[in-house]
Ligand binder design. Structure first.
Ligand code: AMP
Length: 446
C-alpha cells in the first residue's frame, strides 16, 4: 500500500514525501479514501497511529477540489479538539501537508483557542477561513462576538472525540453542533470510545464508515508497562532514582493536581533535574514555553495534569510515568500513548500505593493488561491497609504487606498496626531528601 494509491493529489504526495513516511499507517489507509468520498467516518485506532494525517490530508484535498471559499465570515472545515496544545499541533500538520499547494489554492488555517487574547483571532477571521482548529470554549466566544459563521461548514472533525463528548465539554459541544449545517461530513477520531459516549457519537453521524483498527500485536504501540509499588511519600525520590539509573533523557510525568505539577517540578529541580509544570491554570505563554522546552530537550521532566494526555505528539519520548494514577482506564490509555508513537518503543511506569492498588486493578481489568507488581530496592512500600473485599467495581480493596503475609503464614501476629494510607493525590513534603534515611542505591527490579 502506498500513499499514491489512496487518491491523494500530487501536492499532498510531495508534502508526504518530505516526511519520509514509508507507507500509510492502517488508519490512514482505511480513512483517507472514505473521507475523500465525502463519507462520515467513525475511527478508533491506537495512540500514535497517525490519526492526524488520516483526516488532515483528505480534508485539504477536498477543500482544494471544491475551489476557493466564498466571501464572508464562513468556515469550511472545523476541527474541534479538547486542548490548546493539540489545536496548535494539528494546525502545524495542516501547514506541513499543505505546503506544496500552488499559491492560488493555498488554504487559510486558523487556530482558535483560549488563554490568549481573542482580538487577534477575531481580526484573523475577517474574510472567513478554510480550516479552523478550535477548542470548544473559545469557538463559542468567537461565535458570541459574531466573528465567524458555522453555516457553511462542510466537514466537522472531532479529534479525541470521546473527550469532547464527556462532561465538561458536552454542553459546549451541543451548542456548537446546533449551529452547524445538518448536511455535513462528520469525522470522529479517538483511541478510546467508552460505552457511555457511543450513543452520542452515533447520533451525530450519518451512515458512517466505522473504522476500528484492531490492536494486533504488530499494530499495537510498543509500550512496556510497569507497575511499581511504592509508598506515596517516596514517589519523588523514586522518580529521581529511576531517571538517573535508567538515564531517561525525557520523561513525561502525570500527576493529579495543578499544585502537584509545580510542587514535584520544584523538588526535582532542587534535586538537580531540570523539570517544569504544565497545567491548565498557567498562562498560555507558559504552557507553550514548557512544552517547547520539553520538546527541545531543555527540560528533562515535564510534570503535567491530564491537559497533556490527549493527542500531544512528542518525538522521542521514551518514558511516561503515572506518579498519580489516572481517573479512568481510557485516560490511562491516552496517557501512556504519549510514548511508543509512530513505531518507536516506550516505557510506561505507574506508581501504585496501598491506597491506589484497587483502582489500578480496575484499570488493568478494563484494559485487559494484568501487570506484575515490582518493588525497587530501597523503596519497598511499608504502608499497609487492612484486608477488604475483592477489588471489583471500583471498591477500594485493602491489602496486607508481604511481611505480614509471611508472618501470618508462620502463625505470627502482624508486625505493627497499619498506618493510614495517604490519598492518591496527596503529596508529602517529607520526601524531599529521603536519602538521609538510607544510603542511595540504584533501583533494581525484582
Ligand atoms: P498522530 O497519531 O497523528 O499523532 O501521529 C503520530 C506520529 O506518527 C506523528 O509523529 C506522525 O508524524 C507520525 N506519522 C504519521 N503518519 C505516519 C506514517 N505514515 N508513517 C510513519 N509515521 C507517521
Amino acid at each position: 500500500m502506498s500513499f499514491s494509491s489512496l487518491g491523494l493529489s500530487e501536492p499532498l504526495l510531495r508534502a508526504i514525501a518530505g516526511r519520509d513516511y514509508a507507507a500509510p499507517t492502517p488508519i490512514q489507509a482505511a480513512a483517507i479514501p472514505a473521507v475523500l468520498r465525502g463519507e462520515d467516518v467513525w475511527a478508533s485506532a491506537q495512540t500514535g497511529s497517525g490519526k492526524t494525517a488520516a483526516f488532515v490530508l483528505p480534508i485539504i484535498d477536498r477543500l482544494v477540489a471544491e475551489g476557493p471559499r466564498g466571501r464572508g465570515r464562513f468556515v469550511r472545515a472545523l476541527i474541534l479538539v479538547p486542548t490548546r496544545e493539540l489545536a496548535a499541533q494539528i494546525a502545524e500538520e495542516v501547514a506541513v501537508y499543505g505546503s506544496q499547494l500552488p499559491r492560488e489554492a493555498a488554504l487559510k488555517t486558523l487556530v482558535a483557542v483560549g488563554g490568549v487574547s481573542i482580538n487577534p483571532q477575531m481580526m484573523a477571521l475577517g474574510g472567513g477561513a478554510d480550516i479552523v482548529v478550535a477548542t470548544p470554549g473559545r469557538l463559542l466566544d468567537l461565535l458570541d462576538h459574531n466573528a465567524l459563521s458555522l453555516a457553511s461548514v462542510s466537514t466537522l472533525v472531532l479529534d479525541e472525540a470521546d473527550r469532547l463528548f464527556a462532561l465538561g465539554f458536552a454542553d459546549e459541544l451541543a451548542r456548537i453542533l446546533a449551529l452547524l449545517p445538518v448536511r455535513r461530513q462528520t469525522l470522529l477520531f479517538s483511541a478510546t470510545f467508552p460505552p457511555a459516549v457511543r450513543t452520542l457519537a452515533e447520533n451525530i453521524l450519518s451512515n458512517a464508515v466505522r473504522i476500528a483498527i484492531a490492536a494486533t500485536p504488530e499494530g499495537r504501540p510498543d509500550i512496556r508497562q510497569r507497575a511499581i509499588e511504592v509508598d506515596a511519600s517516596q514517589r519523588t525520590q523514586l522518580l529521581r532514582n529511576l531517571i538517573l539509573f535508567h538515564e531517561w533523557t525525557r520523561v513525561l510525568v502525570f500527576v493529579a493536581t495543578r499544585y502537584a505539577t509545580e510542587h514535584v517540578a520544584e523538588k526535582l529541580c532542587r534535586l538537580g533535574i531540570p523539570a517544569a509544570a504544565l497545567h491548565g491554570e498557567l498562562s498560555q505563554g507558559a504552557r507553550t514555553q514548557a512544552l517547547a522546552d520539553f520538546k527541545a530537550g531543555r527540560l528533562r521532566v515535564l510534570l503535567a495534569t491530564d491537559v497533556a494526555s490527549r493527542g500531544i505528539d512528542i518525538e522521542q519520548l521514551p518514558v511516561v510515568v503515572n506518579y498519580d494514577l489516572p481517573r479512568s482506564p481510557a485516560d490511562y490509555t491516552h496517557r501512556i500513548g504519549r510514548t511508543g508513537r509512530a513505531g518507536e518503543s516506550g516505557v510506561a511506569v505507574s506508581f501504585i500505593s496501598a491506597e491506589t492498588d484497587a483502582h489500578f486493578r480496575l484499570i488493568e481489568k478494563r484494559n485487559r493488561v494484568p501487570l506484575e507488581r515490582e518493588q525497587i530496592a530501597g523503596f519497598e512500600p511499608v504502608e499497609t491497609i487492612v484486608p477488604g473485599p475483592a477489588p471489583t467495581g471500583g471498591i477500594k480493596g485493602k491489602r496486607k504487606s508481604k511481611k505480614d503475609k509471611l508472618r501470618e503464614a508462620a502463625g505470627l501476629p502482624p508486625t505493627a498496626a497499619p498506618k493510614p494510607a495517604p490519598a492518591a493525590s496527596t503529596l508529602e513534603t517529607g520526601d524531599l531528601f529521603p536519602f538521609s534515611r538510607r544510603p542511595p542505591q540504584p533501583p533494581r527490579s525484582r
